[in-house]
Design a binder for this molecule. Structure first.
Ligand code: GLU
Length: 290
């Protein structure tokens, strides 16, 4: 067996906190223990939220923790053309369509539907896409695209799931409900997910599966909040002919009120803890990795 490849893939849209430290250390330690490789990937596709100072801080905070990574670091914003190619491949198979509703229109449509009965929500609690853009005539679609209207490119989930039925993944950690072992993927639970937007030629789901494959990642170790996203990742891997890594979803580090940590809470930020005199060994202890 070739040595395993692990990765830590933060988005530079805030400063790292204890939850990131836990994830990064789990990956780094596992790579070291197994004689494998540890990669750092910067997931900076969202130009409106990502900032260079956050990226610099990621390098500083991880180095301070004693983590070392391979160079060069892959930065997703440099690889938009690769993601575009993948969307074109899916489009060519009739699996992608543009939708033109704004977020406000989508909320309105969901509210209308909910007047009758509860509208289905995805595993993150967001309503499934309620629109009918899939049914637009080719002429109307072309007209809207030519008008310069903003759009989102969506995966036709029903068609995609027909092409790739009965997918599963190997889970070495566990899901939020304790799910472990071989997990049946349920991509339909996400509805017609967005694969790209007019101004951002990829989504998290698409970029993550392409990069994990391109970088030869064998083991994805990440937070339980992404457990059910793996259903979409398995579907995209299958449609694009990419290998499936093994997954280990780890517990989340919660704050004293039992909430998921946010990038804006100073109390658990690595920079704040460092400024207050914490050592890297203290951070390991705080996340239960002594
Ligand atoms: N970039 C994602 C995040 O910061 C993590 C992606 C992943 O590990 O699959 O939440």
């Amino acid at each position: 067996m070739p040595p395993p490849v692990f990765r830590f893939a933060p988005s530079p849209n805030g400063y790292l906190h204890l939850g990131h430290a836990y994830s990064a250390l789990l990956n780094f330690d596992a790579a070291r223990r197994s004689g494998g490789t540890f990669l750092l990937r910067i997931e900076d596709i969202d130009a409106t939220r990502c900032r260079p100072e956050f990226e610099t801080a990621i390098y500083q905070d991880l180095a301070w923790l004693g983590i070392a990574w391979e160079l060069p670091v892959r930065r997703q914003s440099r690889h938009f053309s690769g993601y575009r190619d993948a969307i074109e491949r899916l489009s060519a198979r009739g699996l992608v369509y543009p939708s033109f509703e704004s977020r406000a229109e989508i909320s309105r449509l969901v509210a209308q539907k909910e007047a009758d009965r509860p509208w289905p929500r995805d595993p993150d609690g967001a309503p499934l896409y309620p629109g009918a853009a899939k049914l637009l005539s080719p002429d109307r679609r072309a007209e809207l695209l030519e008008s310069g209207a903003p759009y989102a490119l969506r995966l036709d989930m029903a068609a995609a799931a027909r092409l790739a039925a009965d997918l599963a993944w190997v889970e070495r950690g566990e899901g939020p409900g304790g799910e472990t072992g071989t997990i049946a993927a349920r991509p339909e639970a996400w509805g017609d997910v967005i694969l790209a937007r007019k101004e951002t030629p990829t989504s998290y789901h698409l970029a993550v599966v392409i990069d994990d494959a391109l970088q030869g990642v064998t083991d994805v170790v990440r937070g339980q909040d992404l457990f059910w996203s793996t259903s979409v990742h398995r579907l995209l891997q299958s449609l694009l002919g990419l290998p499936a890594p093994v997954y280990r979803h780890h517990r989340l580090i919660l704050d004293s009120a039992g909430q998921k940590l946010s990038k804006s809470t100073a109390a658990t930020g690595l920079r704040e803890l460092r400024a207050a005199g914490a050592t890297p060994a203290d951070i390991r202890r705080l996340v239960g990795l002594a």
